[in-house]
Design a protein around this ligand. Structure first.
Ligand SMILES: Nc1ncnc2c1ncn2[C@@H]1O[C@H](COP(=O)(O)OP(=O)(O)OP(=O)(O)O)[C@@H](O)[C@H]1O
Ligand SMILES: [Mg+2]
Length: 498
């Protein structure tokens, strides 16, 4: 009875509800219309803070997309890359996907407020992605535009603040993101643009799709290991280079006969490091100043390649390049300028630069290129060994164990100069291992015969030369003696005349 007596009537409940809803709507409209976005954000987060007491023991870091609205925030980009590895396995409600015409992969980005949980070294971390659209000021209707702001909030317990999060977790995110980006990176091949107007250096690029890698490369196993270790050491020693005051660059000279894998090694290095390749033809240049511009237009984490350096340089003058760029007047491109620029200014303007020269004739190179400290590693790409052949057989024909013809091939390869390119060509001739290997055997036999006959001809030639030489010497002797006799006769005659 008491209850019934004190219960409000349904009409009063309804009118109270109606007036409450109206007030709420009025408040919401005022809140949205009259308060700026930032103020709304502030009030909401203050409410959140007081309504959830458990957060008071937490710290929240804000990671904005841009620094002071200008430069890209490296940590934001890294967080985005890293968090995608967490999101794809969990459930993201909305993602943005795009693909540029030259991209190989899709690019995915967060599209809306997302919450992601992570754990690291025993601590729990909560990420929240925020996206906010704000209207820009505009002068006319046509200028109407909206701007989007993105940021991450990272929350975790206060006790982890300095030591764990700021020191190790964020560092871990940066390095993980770098590795992830590197995995996805498409290596580019740059060549000098044909029509660079007004001396402006411009490089054209295409995707570098050379399939060579260290597993497909037939070369001395120890040397291959040394090169890989050298590359690894180079990329991880940023601080070392800074400490010793050296530019962060590395130079390799690859030399050896045609078809021994110099270009394939360059491709393997580029694919291994995911470094872009700049293929520089010195004959496209006509002056030192243009060369400088061209080199300065290259980017970090790249390999500058100058193939067949012995053919580009006129070694008789030691300095002037034989440039084919006709119609440009006197050419002023010097080897010393190239080397000095590479050693000095160019490498100090960038990081993680590699330069590779190749040649078929190391003995013809200018000593300036060979002097100690110029090229850090001289790599000799040599003829194919039996070990190299086995690797090629495994790659081309999937023969991973012994084959009946291997013994014969090993014997024939002994003391026969055959390039990996020649072996590869034979192995490509048939998918049937038996046929392809028989082709190799026949090829090696031919090579051996040719080598022997060349040696015989050489021997014959040299013995013929010996005979001619002996005859010449004999003749000279005779001439000298008869000359002396004639001389004596002339002297005697002169004496008699006197
Ligand atoms: N060491 C090797 N390992 C695997 N394949 C090789 C090797 N050397 C050559 N080849 C094969 O031969 C082809 C030609 O080799 P590459 O162009 O690398 O030789 P190169 O030494 O650069 O020759 P050049 O001096 O004429 O420029 C390669 O595409 C590859 O198929
Ligand atoms: Mg080559």
């Amino acid at each position: 009875m008491f209850f019934l007596k004190n219960m409000p009537s349904p009409s009063s409940v309804f009118s109270a509800y109606a007036s409450l809803s109206a007030s709420f709507l009025l408040f919401q409209t005022m809140f949205n219309q009259f308060l700026p976005n930032k103020a709304q954000q502030f009030i909401l987060s203050a409410f959140q803070y007081y309504l959830s007491p458990q957060l008071s023991s937490n710290v929240t870091l804000i990671i904005e997309e841009n620094i002071n609205g200008l430069a890209r925030n490296e940590l934001f980009e890294a967080s985005e890359t890293y968090l995608f590895t967490k999101v794809t396995s969990a459930s993201a409600e909305k993602l943005k996907v795009s693909k540029g015409s030259r991209d190989q992969n899709f690019t995915t980005r967060f599209a809306q407020c997302e919450q992601i949980f992570d754990s690291f070294g025993g601590m729990e971390l909560k990420w929240r992605f925020h996206c906010q659209e704000s209207q820009k000021d505009w002068k006319s209707e046509d200028d109407r535009a909206s701007e989007r702001h993105y940021w991450f909030e990272l929350s975790f317990h206060k006790e982890h603040r300095d030591k764990v999060v700021l020191e190790s977790y964020l560092g871990f995110i940066l390095s993980r993101a770098k590795a992830l980006k590197n995995e996805k990176k498409v290596v580019k091949l740059y060549t000098l643009a044909q029509c660079s107007t007004y001396g402006v250096a411009k490089w054209d690029s295409i995707n570098f799709e050379h399939p060579s890698n260290f597993n497909t490369l037939a070369m001395d196993t120890d040397m291959k290991r040394d090169i890989i270790e050298d590359l690894d050491r180079f990329v991880r020693r940023k601080e070392f280079y800074k400490k010793v005051g050296k530019a962060w660059k590395r130079g390799y000279l690859l030399y050896g006969p045609p078809g021994t894998g110099k270009s394939s090694l360059i491709a393997a290095m580029a694919n291994y490091l995911k470094f872009d390749v700049y293929d520089l033809q010195l004959s496209d240049l006509n002056s030192d100043s243009y060369l400088r511009k061209v080199l300065l237009a290259t980017t970090n984490r790249s390999i500058l390649v100058i193939e067949d350096i012995d053919c580009s340089v006129d070694l008789t003058t030691n300095t002037q390049f034989q440039c084919a760029a006709g119609g440009h007047g006197e050419l002023q491109l010097t080897l010393s300028s190239l080397l000095n620029f590479i050693d000095g200014l160019w490498s100090s303007c960038g990081d993680e630069r590699i330069i590779i020269f190749t040649t078929n004739h190391k003995d013809r190179l200018d000593p300036a290129l060979l002097r100690p400290g110029r090229m850090d590693m001289h790599i000799h790409m040599s003829y194919c060994s039996f070990q190299g052949f086995k690797l090629l057989a495994s790659n081309y024909l999937d023969i991973n164990n012994h084959h009946g013809l291997f013994g014969q091939i090993e014997g024939l390869m002994d003391n026969t100069e055959v390039t990996p390119a020649e072996v590869a060509e034979e192995l490509m001739k048939s998918e049937d291992a038996e046929i392809a290997l028989s082709g190799v055997v026949n090829f090696l036999k031919r090579k051996k015969m040719e080598a022997n006959s060349t040696a015989d001809t050489k021997e014959e030639k040299s013995s013929a030369i010996d005979v001619v030489e002996a005859k010449r010497m004999k003749l000279e002797d005779v001439m000298r003696n008869s000359g002396r006799k004639i001389g004596r006769r002339v002297v005697r005659r002169k004496c008699r005349q006197r």
